[in-house]
Design a protein around this ligand. Structure first.
Ligand code: ZN
Length: 535
């Protein structure tokens, strides 16, 4: 089965339409129909001209762009991705460490459409897993697709017009079991595309939906795909949430659903899903995080093909954004934007320091102070005890103030002598001989006011648990999978993690939403908005 979609995507007229267009065809049209056709042709022509003029300096999304809000980051030359052997080719080599390993982007989609070939990537090697399906499953249903109106004259078309099938493809998907039970069953649907003859003499074709090309993704977003939207979401649940390697997902699908698919197809599904949710993350989630009154941030190291990067998380009550990039101040600025007006809870990393309204995590300092107090250095034990006492008093005061009528600046004033004494203590040890005491004293001094902001605003949080909790699952994924292999794999990971965590924050299952986004985007339609928080 080799379904080639004629024409350039996004155009009104396909190659198939143009081949039929000649003087004779035009002579059949009324002046109104001809005018309508001309305006379609002009739109197509403008679009084609723009694409002709497109080059890396003026196209909006060069392949190595991570996210539009990262524009000020210097572009690093992309190292050519030399594909390592896939798990299929390494008997006995399948280990947890390959879990998140990114397969080389396939050069062919399941139906043999040529995909854009990124520079520096070798073609598919002999013996590499292909997409072709060897398995023969029964066809459970047939779904016809017929054109609704003529591509040339716009005349509505229906069953009364002469019609014939011009192509078909098969889709495997998971659907609710017929009895209305809770389970899912595998179903294979044969999608048949018809062409219909219009009275004007033109054969118009129904075609599978697809999203326009995007130079920053090597993966297609198209209805002409073996895996249906729910199966793609199911595969994402196995890889992203259950943290299974591509090889284990393949094993699982084979053992439990009788589906025989390649690891390359599984990888393609994950990347396609990520591409589908990209606008949701870049618009909806990013906007939410930028406009909150209180956000939490944290970062942890990330490895991409031997390159050290950072996985950042920015989270708030209703959304969580993950992004992988360098550990720079620009990353914070680009995520939060120029005018972030909320409070940000973070660690002491200097990149956050330019923000006006910052909070520091007190349990973080408590852990360090406790270690000092339990240590053997006399100076350290005294400082540790002192810090613990101050924080305990402060936290008690904050708890009491919550829910009580506001006291204005009273809390801060009342505890000023206590804080002054600690400040003096820290200043004394800031150049002291004991390194751990010195480090804690300096950490407090560097962010002095930030630690005590909660005295002025007792309703603000005392810890950064929200961000740490959001990172935890993905830190385990990193440990199992040893990071990602390609820039696209890294981007896919962060995009899917953002949508999955945001849905979980809202107490909504991410998977039906993910399937819906994939279904809509495959039709070339905008992604549906994120589900509202469940109450
Ligand atoms: Zn017509």
């Amino acid at each position: 089965m080799n379904l080639r979609v004629p024409g350039i995507r996004g155009m009104h007229l396909s190659d198939h339409d143009l081949r039929q267009l000649d003087e004779a065809a035009l002579a059949n049209l009324t002046p109104e129909q001809a005018r309508a056709l001309l305006s379609k042709a002009i739109e197509d022509l403008k679009r084609a001209r723009e694409r002709l003029a497109q080059n890396p300096t003026n196209s909006s999304r060069p392949p190595s762009t991570r996210a539009p809000w990262e524009q000020s980051e210097a572009q690093e030359p992309e190292a050519p991705v030399v594909s390592t052997q896939s798990a299929e080719e390494k008997p006995g080599a399948e280990s947890e460490s390959e879990s998140e390993s990114e397969q080389k982007e396939p050069q062919k989609s399941p139906k043999g459409k040529a995909t854009e070939k990124p520079a520096g990537r070798a073609g598919r090697r002999k013996g590499a897993p292909g997409h072709s399906r060897t398995q023969q499953l029964p066809i459970d249903a047939e779904q016809p697709h017929a054109p609704q109106c003529c591509a040339i004259c716009g005349e509505p078309l229906d069953a009364s017009h002469q019609s014939r099938a011009h192509n078909a493809h098969y889709v495997l998907d998971l659907v609710p079991s017929a009895a209305g039970g809770s389970g899912l069953v595998v179903r294979q649907t044969k999608h048949i595309y018809f062409e219909t003859l219009c009275p004007c003499g033109h054969w118009s074709r129904a075609l599978p939906g697809r999203c326009d090309e995007d130079a920053s993704w090597s993966v297609q977003l198209s209805e002409c795909h073996l895996a249906g939207a729910t199966l793609v979401a199911f595969i994402c649940a196995l890889t992203q949430r259950m943290r299974l390697s591509r090889a284990k997902v393949r094993e699982f699908l084979s053992d439990w659903l009788g589906l025989s698919v390649s690891t390359a197809l599984i990888n393609q599904c994950v990347h396609e899903a990520a591409r589908a949710v990209e606008p949701v993350v870049e618009q909806e989630i990013l906007t939410t995080v930028r406009n909150v009154e209180l956000a939490y941030a944290d970062e942890t190291s990330w490895k991409e093909h031997g390159k050290l990067l950072w996985l950042w998380v920015f989270t708030c009550a209703t959304a969580t954004l993950f992004i992988v990039g360098r550990r720079t101040r620009e990353m914070v600025q680009q995520v939060l934007g120029e005018g972030f007006g909320g409070w940000l809870m973070s660690d002491g990393y200097w990149a956050y320091r330019e923000l006006d309204q910052r909070l520091r995590c007190l349990p973080h300092i408590i852990r360090k102070a406790r270690a000092l107090e339990e240590g053997f250095d006399a100076e350290g034990r005294v400082l540790g005890r002192h810090v613990l006492d101050v924080i305990a008093t402060l936290m008690q005061a904050v708890y009491e103030a919550r829910g009580a009528p506001p006291q204005g600046g009273g809390l801060r004033k009342r505890h000023a002598p206590m804080l002054d004494a600690l400040l003096e203590h820290c200043l004394r040890l800031a150049d002291g001989r004991h390194d751990k005491s010195r480090a804690l004293a300096r950490e407090l001094l560097n962010d002095w006011d930030t630690f005590w902001v909660v005295l002025d605003h007792p309703d603000l949080p005392l810890s950064n648990n929200e961000a740490e909790r959001a990172l935890r699952h993905w830190v385990i994924a990193r440990r199992i999978g040893m990071g990602t292999r390609t820039e696209q794999g890294t981007r896919a990971f962060a995009l899917l993690a953002s949508v999955i965590e945001t849905c979980r924050k809202r107490n909504v299952s991410p998977w039906p939403y993910l399937a819906k986004v994939i279904g809509q985007r495959r039709k070339g339609l905008p992604a549906p908005p994120l589900p509202a928080p469940a109450t």
